[in-house]
Design a binder for this molecule. Structure first.
Ligand SMILES: Cc1cc2nc3c(=O)[nH]c(=O)nc-3n(C[C@H](O)[C@H](O)[C@H](O)COP(=O)(O)OP(=O)(O)OC[C@H]3O[C@@H](n4cnc5c(N)ncnc54)[C@H](O)[C@@H]3O)c2cc1C
Ligand code: FES
Length: 254
């Protein structure tokens, strides 16, 4: 574990907090889809275990995280301020492949985090992509600020919003994308498990070309505690932390 100072803090809507952290070795090595394990400083023992968070972006010797406040650990983190220090371990895991000729990025809620990093990398490499974001509630549309500079962003909200598409992100994808548009593209997705499972129906015959970033409860983050095991297609198990968190949809049972 190393120490990272919070140099910027920003809130997105009511539930999301973004930290920019100073830590050169993570910032210089991180790849889209990788994650870090985070604890709120040495003196804190409850919760004892670190929490996993995907890397949102990197900038010189800094990297950013964005998290949704859902429980004890994230609540504690949300009260930290600029100047406070976090314990961080990473970058960890296997990220997205970057060999696509074009990409379709599909994010549900906080699932946008690893896809924002990916989008910036694809843009840098001149690989065209569309970015679909779906949120449940109107207030979560604050997340759009993170991707407003990207080309071809489409969004949906499950609550009615004037000017917006009302429904799930996969309803939106189905409405906008005909087979001819997605056939040659690589699909990258992160979001709730139900959404990831449905991808196989929305893109029939495409499971080999769909990469999903998964979440799982994690103890260590590097293959030792075995707490993050998920079933492997064809038998056996994957460890989400070290074999993933990015998998081809064809490799996992969701
Ligand atoms: C590789 C990876 C990357 C992640 N990236 C992000 C991110 O960028 N932003 C973000 O907001 N969250 C991310 N998560 C999820 C995040 O780690 C959990 O929300 C966090 O650990 C919850 O901690 P807590 O103490 O606040 O909640 P707890 O009190 O531990 O749990 C609160 C609720 O969240 C659920 N939960 C807790 N941990 C997880 C988990 N790992 N996966 C799914 N559900 C969980 C619990 O079942 C419970 O319902 C990621 C998880 C993984 C494995
Ligand atoms: S989190 Fe410990 S083995 Fe994956």
């Amino acid at each position: 574990m190393s120490f990272a100072r919070i140099c910027r803090k920003e809130r997105f809507g009511e539930r999301f907090v973004c930290f920019e952290l100073e830590e050169r070795s993570i910032a210089s090595r991180a790849r889209p889809g990788q994650f870090v394990m985070v604890r709120p400083g040495l003196e804190v023992f409850d919760p004892l275990l670190p929490r996993p968070f995907a890397i949102l972006s990197v900038n010189a010797d800094r990297f950013s995280l964005l998290f949704e406040v859902v429980g004890k650990g994230t609540e504690l983190l949300s009260h930290l301020e600029v100047g406070d220090t976090l314990e961080v371990l990473g970058p960890l895991g296997q990220g997205f492949s970057l060999d696509a000729s074009s990409g379709i990025l599909i994010a549900g809620g906080r699932g946008l985090v690893p896809l924002v990093f990916l989008a910036r990398e694809l843009k840098k490499r001149g690989i065209p992509f569309s970015f679909f974001l779906g949120v449940r509630e109107r207030k979560d549309l604050a997340l759009l600020r993170l991707i407003e500079d990207l080309p071809r962003v489409l969004w949906s909200c499950e609550e009615a919003v004037s000017g917006g598409f009302c429904g799930t992100v996969l309803d939106l994808v189905g409405k906008c994308l005909e087979r001819a548009l997605w056939q040659g593209a690589k699909i990258y997705a992160c979001g709730p498990e139900g959404m990831l499972r449905e991808l196989a129906t929305v893109f029939p015959g495409k499971e080999e070309d769909i990469e999903v970033a998964l979440e799982a409860r994690m103890g260590c983050g590097f293959g030792v505690c075995l707490g993050c095991a998920i079933p492997r297609r064809g038998g056996g198990y994957w460890h989400v932390c070290s074999d993933g968190p990015v998998f081809r949809l064809s490799e996992v049972v969701l």
